[in-house]
Ligand binder design. Structure first.
Ligand code: CP
Length: 326
């Protein structure tokens, strides 16, 4: 694997999940793999889990880690070609990406959607510019459209908690939120579920349909309670409207996840990527219940990142030894 920008880059998902769970049992086994290698994590947006778990995963593999809050500490970057840079942007991404590549074996990028311009967000300007101009592998730590480390984590967690021998029913449910949030987590979760053997349903208010190029023919059930019936996993996430791009069209608190809604599930597990707003998205009762997997999901972020970095380093090593032979 060269870059990890979306879940499909991992190859066989089931195999990757199996390998991640093996790593979880012996996380320092490949400590020699990252010796004398450095990962540089560039954050254009805030983070708790992604920052710490990716750092920990790299350290488990013996890598050195450099972290930079690029959004608040770096020079404002220009992305367009041929611009006369006489305004606020100080540095072109062409130089920035090449410069960072000299300090790092792998670069991680977090750059969220602006939610103002659908086409601009769809172009994944920050992520794709680093893929284009950097000379080392790029890991997507959440971009405008995708959060592939999160959905790999979710696949690992569902594998751990699924009922053996039963095809799981999984629901992706929208829930209310006071802020307009991006589509990346929901998009990636859907992409990952399309690689799973499961009954998968999405539920959200009318007007919250995600990009049909992502949802394709997945069942959308506008009745949340009906969608929850017999579910093994209820994955909850807010997103802003895709059609009326970036807008909040519904704040109805009846979409919040409550214990009475969870009662119609098959003793269903509650999942959320975090951070989450308690008693807006989900009641205390549900998130604090024994069926809540949110802390376990956060723990698995380490092993999702580690399997991704392991595959990148192994690929890098193979390429280096082939280059030495030729
Ligand atoms: N789930 C997730 O990506 O968390 P952070 O935004 O805190 O990294």
């Amino acid at each position: 694997m060269k870059h990890y920008t979306g879940i499909n880059d991992i190859g066989n998902l089931q195999q990757a999940v199996k390998e991640a769970l093996e790593l979880k049992n012996d996380k320092l086994k490949y400590r020699a793999l990252g010796k004398d290698k450095t990962i540089c994590l560039l954050f254009f947006n805030n983070s708790l889990r992604t920052r710490l778990s990716t750092q920990k995963a790299a350290q488990n593999l013996g890598m050195d880690v450099i972290v930079m809050n690029f959004g608040s500490e770096g020079w404002a970057l220009e992305y367009d070609d041929g611009t006369v840079m006489d305004q606020g942007k100080s540095e072109h991404v062409k130089e920035a990406a090449q410069v960072v590549s000299q300090y790092a074996t792998v670069i991680g990028i977090r750059a969220f959607a602006g939610l103002e311009d659908k086409e601009k967000d769809a172009a994944e300007l920050v992520l794709n510019s680093f893929v284009k101009y950097a000379s080392v592998p790029i890991v997507n730590m959440e971009s405008s459209l995708q959060h592939p480390l999160q959905c790999l984590t979710d696949a690992i967690t569902m594998e751990e908690y699924k009922i053996v021998g039963r095809k799981p029913k999984v629901v992706l449910s929208w829930a209310p939120h006071p802020k307009a949030l991006p589509h990346a987590v929901a998009n990636s979760f859907i992409n990952m579920m399309q690689l799973q053997d499961a009954d998968f349903v999405i539920t959200h208010p009318i007007g919250y349909e995600l990009d049909p190029k992502i949802t394709k023919d997945i069942l959308i059930e506008y009745d949340q309670e009906k969608a929850f019936e017999n579910a093994d996993f209820v994955y909850v996430k807010n997103w802003s409207s895709y059609r009326d791009y970036g807008q909040i069209k519904c704040t109805d608190p009846n979409w919040m996840i409550t214990a009475s809604k969870m009662k119609v599930t098959n003793n269903g597990k509650f999942m959320h990527c975090l951070p989450v707003r308690r008693n807006v998205v989900v009641t205390d009762e549900v998130i604090d219940s024994k069926n809540s997997l949110v802390i376990k999901q956060a723990a698995n972020r380490e092993f999702a990142a580690q399997i991704v970095l392991k595959k990148i380093l192994e690929n890098d090593e193979t390429n280096s030894s082939e280059n030495r032979r030729t």
